[in-house]
Every structure is written in structure tokens, then in C-alpha cells.
Design a binder for this molecule. Sequence first.
Ligand SMILES: [Zn+2]
Length: 301
Amino acid sequence: MKVTLDWLGCATFRLTIDETVVFLDAYMDRVPSAPPVGLTTAEVERADFVLVGHSHFDHIAGAEVIAKNTGARIIGSTESCRVMRDQAVPESQLLPAQGGERYRLSENATVRVFPSLHSCIWTRAAGRADGVVTGDIGLCEDERAAVRASMPGGGGPSADPELARQMQQHLATSVGSRHTGGALAYLIETPIGSIFYHDTSGCWTSVLAQLRPTVAILAAAGRGNIDGEPIQGTLAQFVGIEAKLLQPKTIVLGHHDNWMPPSTRDSGTDTGPIREELRHIVPAASLIEPGYLEGTVILGA
Ligand SMILES: [Zn+2]
């Protein structure tokens, strides 16, 4: 038995579990200025499942193309399923989840769904993974909305106007929801090991503490969300907290590339501080940093 992982940019991955192809998110059709990942959704010829972490466009967009072209079934929140239904994906291909479900992926692989959290997009994120951000604790949603409204918009004054125009067009045409739909985490289980996946930097610590995946795919972008509050510290520390709870043998990062210039600042997340943090927090774990479409064997041989 063998499980291979391909990174497809942002938080999108393709898991190949023997003969079964499982996409984790589906966002590959990006703005022209983003580095190409080597595969478009229209080129996907084989897929059995798409597991959608949440309903924002940079995660769900493209799942409708894959589903229609391959017959793949989509597992996601009721909001993710609604978005797909609106795109005329047949009801028979939609498997709604909110955490607590278990779906069979193949003869020897299943996936369990867990509730998760989105990163704190309503508050400031540090420019670098080792940038400390504090404050914004204990706020109600209307207060969080006020924080968000006070922040400058994406792109920034120095952004290239053509890139900004492309981004705006992309935002206007990409399939997705302005709601998260409730972020989900997935644990794919096989006889030779398990893979934890989430696609945004948030977690319920009590959920993660129960899991012992062999491989953890951890989102590394924005301001981490721990049990509903923004991390008081750095993104690197947030990833370290998750790794300490999960104790995986192998860690893979997601959402850290330059997925939507110019809104992705500094060409994405600098993984150096995260690498350093993980070396201290989980010294026995290995961090692998594959490029796009490298086909890394993560379980078996
Ligand atoms: Zn999101």
C-alpha cells in the first residue's frame, strides 16, 4: 500500500491512496500572476473525492469542475454543498458534513470529519511567521467586524494596478462563498497510517489533542485561531502548538505560497521561522516542504 501527496498550491493537495484519488480542496485555477501549479482543474482526469476544508473561493473553487468532469463526490459543509449545488453539481455527488461523520473513501481508507476553525481574518496578521501580534481578545462578533473594517484593504497602495485589476476580476468570478460554512478538519485513516488535513490556521485544541496522525498537513497563513481567540504570538508558534498536540511523524505545510499576488504579502509565508519552531517543539517530527506536483510518498512504499 502506498499514499502519495502532491501539493497544488495554496492549501490544495492531491492524495493518491493506491488507486483512489482524493483532492484536499480544489483551488488550482489562480490569478495569472500567481505561479502556476502545473495542473488546472479542467485537466484533472481522475478523482474519486474532493474534501473541502471550507467554503471560501481559495479552497472550494474548482471542486465543481472536478466533480462534473470526473464524477468525484464532494465532502464539505452544508454551505460548501450549497455552493456546489448552485453550480449544478448533482445532489448524488454531495456529502454534507459538520464534524462527527465518517466516510469510506476506498476498500482500505476512510475519512473522519472534525469541527475546526478559520484563521482570524478579522484581525491583523503579522507580516512574517515570526512576527508577534497580540490583543483583540474576548471581542464579540460586532466588535470583530469593527476591527476588520478599520484595516486597510488588500493590495495596498504600492500594488501594481494591473495585478490589482486581475485580482478583483478573479474575486468576482471565482466560485465560493463569503461565509466559511464552518471550517472542517479531516483525518484520513488507512492500515499503514493516517493523515490529518485542515486548510486554514485555526483549531479546537481539545479536538487535536485526541488525534495522533502519522502525517499532519497544517495551514500556515494569517493569524492563528486557538479555540476561538486569536493567537497571542506568532504564526510559527501557532503551527508549533498544533504540532505539539498532534505529535505527527511528518508535517507538511499548506496555504503558505504566493497564491494571490498582490494580496499575498511578501510572496507568501516565510517558512524559516516555522521550521525553527518545529525543530524545538517536535524535534522527532520531520517537516517536508515539497514543491508543486512533486508526488511525495508519505505513507508506505
Ligand atoms: Zn478562508
